[in-house]
Write a protein that binds this ligand. Structure first.
Ligand code: UN1
Length: 491
């Protein structure tokens, strides 16, 4: 059955002003699962108007009460977890175990941010004058615009909308055009949890709607997760009109395996981090930097494991890896096989489409003989492709890890505590793992990357509030008289 999706604006499910629609395709079966309105400037205008109107009331609701609505969001998500997970698998392809995990991240975040309703910590500091009090408090910013990707269609939006909402902002959300159905189902949870009309608005569609949101004069903040090309374009447009922007873009994450590593631990972690979610995580491992001594044994074990991965429709319980999200992604990943061969790399495992009647399936792929600086070692492929780079030493491994345009996540497998701590000090990524793969970040710590991965902001943890609040410094003079020796005319 094909679902009919609508925008959610001012508490109502509505069609596009233009009447134009687009299809959402199941990447495993190529069936149309939903038809959604293609939002444009006028839909964004209406959504921002609704959000602006709702903001006058929402900002005045005490933060602990706002937090209680988020607890209710968490409870309903828990109740609908299985249904949401299945819909997500149908719409974007990752396997059920992963889509359940995606919903769980949003549940965790809803409880965490619900708790921020009773913290939202600012600070006080002593002031210079007698009978005077000073404090810095977090204030809401107004209407915020969220632009999110298809690969974590519930978790990643939750990292943005939950802190935005608890801080007292109203939201206009433009999700990826690959996932309108799961986005609408997620918004329904907020409506059912009692979020007032207009506080959260959904406009489905493609780049046109996102670009309109990025430049809208009544939107103060844009938070974006997605491809580097789109992120930089959103950033440029939004910055030109003075908005605060949070960006989370590409990754080219590596696992370093030292000669003294626990082999079976490393094999499991690499397999999961490289091929889990079909390699379509910004945190996925796409480079294996391996010390010479352990390389033959490690590659042999990895190749054996990669060949065993059952590729297929993620709704089936025995399937371990789903399809790529769409035909464009499949063509992109496939095109990198020629790039790899031309540059002198060798396909050890996989290297092509999986043999299926339908769907955008690609085999788990390991490329050996990759050298630092090759395109497959530098560019984000966003598929199940692992490039293997051999190194001599820890210093060389760290150098290779740090020499990309991105800086999201990195990992080292070693049993040597000195090597581990040197790596913590010298790996220049926003997230570092010791004896664990590059995926699996938890919501209570800052999430984000250095260099081209972002623009210095962080999501998740208490730092998430930085994107969606302004500091307000407050001075209360209770002396009852004009005090002349102020800082500005002190002798
Ligand atoms: C992403 O791919 O955009 O750390 C997010 C992880 C997940 C989040 C990934 N918790 O792999």
């Amino acid at each position: 059955m094909v679902q009919q999706i609508r925008h959610f604006i001012g508490g109502e499910w509505v069609n596009s002003a233009s009447g134009e629609t687009f299809e959402s395709i199941n990447p495993a079966t190529e069936e149309v699962i939903a038809i959604a309105p293609k939002g444009d400037v006028s839909d964004i205008d209406k959504a921002v108007e609704a959000a602006k109107k709702a903001y006058t009331q929402w900002r005045l609701i005490p933060a602990p009460r706002r937090g209680e609505i988020l607890y209710e969001v968490a409870r309903i998500l828990q109740e609908r977890k299985e249904d949401l997970a299945r819909l997500m698998t149908q719409e974007m392809g990752k396997i059920l175990a992963e889509t359940r995990g995606d919903v769980q991240e949003a549940i965790d975040m809803a409880y965490y941010m619900g708790g921020e309703g009773r913290r939202m910590q600012g600070y006080t500091a002593p002031v210079e004058m007698p009978n005077k009090f000073g404090m810095a408090i977090r204030d809401s910013v107004g209407v915020v615009g969220l632009i999110t990707p298809w690969n974590f269609p519930v978790a990643v939006p939750s990292w943005k909308m939950l802190p935005a909402l608890v801080a007292g902002n109203c939201v206009v959300w433009k999700p990826s055009e690959d996932t309108p159905a799961i986005s609408a189902a997620f918004v329904q949870v907020f409506a059912d949890a009692g979020l007032p009309a207009g506080v959260l608005n959904l406009v489905t569609g493609a780049g046109e709607a996102g670009a309109a949101l990025a430049v809208h004069p009544n939107v103060r903040v844009i938070s974006f997760t997605g491809s580097t090309a789109t992120g930089l374009s959103v950033y440029t447009k939004a910055a030109a009109v003075g908005k605060k922007v949070t960006l989370e873009m590409g990754g080219k994450n590596a696992i370093i395996v030292m000669d003294d590593a626990n082999l079976s631990l490393a094999v499991d972690a690499i397999n999961w981090s490289a091929f889990g979610t079909t390699g379509q995580r910004c945190t996925a491992t796409s480079r294996l930097i391996v010390q010479k001594g352990i390389k033959p044994k490690l590659l042999e074990a990895l190749a054996e494991k990669a060949k065993m991965i059952k590729v297929g429709y993620g709704i089936q319980p025995d399937v371990q890896m789903g399809p790529l999200v769409n035909m464009k992604a499949l063509n992109k990943v496939a095109s990198y096989m020629d790039v790899a061969k031309t540059d002198g790399a060798r396909v050890l495992v996989g290297g092509g489409r999986a043999d299926m009647d339908k769907g955008f399936f690609f085999l788990p792929t390991i490329l050996d003989g990759v050298k630092q600086g090759m395109r497959v070692e530098q560019e984000e492929i966003f598929g199940p492709v692992l490039s293997v780079i051999e190194v001599e030493s820890l210093e060389e491994a760290i150098h290779v890890n740090n020499s990309t345009a991105y800086g999201l996540s990195s990992s080292i497998f070693t049993e040597n505590v000195n090597a581990a701590f040197r790596a913590i000090r010298d790996l220049t990524t926003g997230i570092v793992y010791i004896n664990h793969g590059t995926t699996g970040a938890e919501i209570q710590f800052p999430f984000g990357g250095t260099r081209g991965t972002g623009n210095g902001m962080r999501e998740a943890g208490a730092s998430a509030l930085d994107s969606f609040t302004e500091w307000k410094s407050v001075y209360v003079d209770f002396s009852g008289q004009l005090q002349r020796a102020q800082i500005d005319n002190r002798e």
